[in-house]
Design a protein around this ligand. Structure first.
Ligand SMILES: Cc1cc2nc3c(=O)[nH]c(=O)nc-3n(C[C@H](O)[C@H](O)[C@H](O)COP(=O)(O)OP(=O)(O)OC[C@H]3O[C@@H](n4cnc5c(N)ncnc54)[C@H](O)[C@@H]3O)c2cc1C
Length: 463
């Protein structure tokens, strides 16, 4: 059986859904093929009993107040015609980067971070202000194809290596597919989104965003097919024809946009001449705890804590199953409002995919239990006042990420080889999402919009 659409999108993650909405809005016939029974991809949700959990959402970056124009979040809402109020955004209280006992706090007001640098690293504050001034110059920056070291850029302004690592921690952790460093353009984009704009959480979590996207896409007549895995991207004379699904159906399309990752996409192309992009090395492990007390009842007010038990931050694939030197701790109760009536704590650390993939069933379970014990130890060290009773625990590993999203090696930030223009080298096969180089929920939504606007809608867009 063959079906024909203007555009076939592979994957119903954030970028695939944004691309689908944008294209359907301008009259294109669009089909999204999603291998799972749920949308959201890396940013999804699940339920255990009556408890609902987010998978990929620590915080929505790029927070701006209602009515603020010209920022990534406002641009996305305008392009997708989503009302700001429908997201019901709740701002973070404040977050902190903590190396042993030294901490710097930050919030959605950059003045807090500046005052914390002045207090803890007085000799660095002028350089830090200069860094911010240079970052503020840049507007609408896109990821770059040629790697230029962000460490070198920041080193011109900040001399203290511990402060440098403290600034880099949330940025690397929320968006770098390369170890230790990242490209300067990506650094600037992420610095703006984390420190100059800030964090919020939609009331209801990631489901709120996904429901809005799904309603939009359906109302515009788009077709989303769950449990339809693309097995092969079919080409003829170096031009894409369509894709073959796991049910044997061939979908023909004028364009195929893939959101599943660069190496993952190229591995589906049947051709001798495709490139073989590198597979990413960065994959996380996450422990979720439910306590009978909310953190604020134990005098814990931070929203996210980026913790290292050393003076430096090791952003690299660990040689052991889990990196025991650093953990980021997300406390969703500590956004300005949250629907959870229990205390929810999520701890995320870097992990080694190859080891997790090699564990047989009994060893896998035992290793997960070790992670739970390590996470409880970390909580004791970082928040000694936490005294609630543990009601529930769950762990998802790099292997879970691979199984549920298809990302090779469970690499959340994709390949270090990015395609900023989305062009794969095969005519009419485009790439959007993580491996275009825009990361996170806001970044990947923007990616789906940008790729559709640049390569498909501008060609015959009468609007
Ligand atoms: C633990 C964790 C925490 C995170 N925290 C945050 C955060 O706090 N804030 C933030 O902004 N971002 C966060 N992120 C990152 C964010 O989730 C991602 O950057 C973003 O969701 C990626 O979207 P995407 O569209 O590029 O790709 P994906 O979400 O990977 O979507 C790709 C989709 O394609 C589907 N697919 C794969 N192969 C096939 C195939 N062959 N056929 C059909 N379908 C296929 C997959 O099932 C998936 O649904 C986090 C991610 C993780 C894992």
């Amino acid at each position: 059986m063959t079906t024909k659409y203007d555009v076939l999108i592979i994957g119903a993650g954030m970028s695939g859904m944004a691309a689908g909405i944008r294209l359907a809005m301008f009259g294109k016939t669009v089909c999204i093929a999603e291998m799972h029974s749920l949308p959201g991809g890396l940013n999804s949700f699940y339920q255990r009993g009556s408890r609902k959990f987010d998978v990929g959402l620590h915080a929505l970056t790029n927070f701006v107040k209602k009515g603020t124009k010209g920022h990534p979040l406002s641009k996305i809402l305008k392009q997708l015609r989503i009302r700001y109020d429908s997201l019901q955004l709740k701002e973070q209280k404040s977050s902190k980067v903590q190396f042993r006992d030294l901490e710097i706090n930050f919030s959605n007001d950059i003045e807090l971070l500046i005052s914390q640098v002045a207090k803890n690293f007085p000799e660095e504050v002028d350089g830090f202000l200069e860094l911010i001034k240079n970052i503020n110059i840049h507007k609408d920056l896109l990821p770059s194809k040629d790697f230029k070291s962000a460490r070198q850029f920041v080193g011109q302004y900040i001399k203290n290596k511990m402060l440098e690592d403290m600034i880099f921690y949330p940025i690397l952790f929320y968006g770098s597919s390369t170890e230790h460093d990242l490209d300067v353009n990506s650094f600037i984009i992420l610095f703006q989104s984390v420190y100059l704009e800030g964090f919020s959480r939609p009331m209801g979590g990631v489901r709120t965003i996904i429901d809005i996207l799904l309603d939009k896409f359906n109302a515009l007549g788009g077709e989303l097919r769950y449990r339809h895995k693309v097995e092969k991207i079919v080409t003829k004379n170096s031009k894409v024809q369509g894709a073959l699904l796991n049910n044997g159906e061939m979908i023909e399309a004028d364009y195929v946009i893939s959101s599943i990752g660069y190496p993952e996409t190229m591995s589906l192309v049947e051709s001798q001449q495709v490139t073989t992009p590198a597979v990413g090395r960065i994959s996380p492990i996450e422990t979720i705890f439910i306590f009978d007390k909310k953190p604020a009842q134990c005098d814990i007010d931070s929203t996210i804590i980026y913790y290292s038990n050393q003076d430096r931050y090791n952003y690299q694939k660990p040689t052991t199953a889990i990196d025991e030197t650093s953990t980021s701790i997300c406390l969703p109760n500590n956004f300005s409002d949250c629907e959870y009536d229990e205390g929810v704590i999520r701890l995320t650390s870097l992990a080694n995919f190859d080891l997790w993939d090699s564990f047989k069933s009994t060893e896998y379970k035992a290793q997960k239990q070790k992670v739970v014990e390590h996470s409880l130890e970390t909580l004791k060290a970082v928040m000694p006042s936490l005294n609630g009773e543990l009601k529930f625990q769950d762990v998802f590993t790099p292997k879970t990420i691979k199984r549920f999203t298809g990302h090779m090696a469970g690499a959340v930030y994709g390949s270090p080889d990015k395609l900023p223009d989305g062009l794969t080298g095969i005519e009419n096969l485009l790439l959007c999402g993580t491996d275009q180089g825009l990361i996170g929920i806001v970044g990947t939504l923007l990616s789906g919009i940008t790729i559709s606007n640049m390569h498909i809608l501008t060609r015959d867009w009468k609007g």
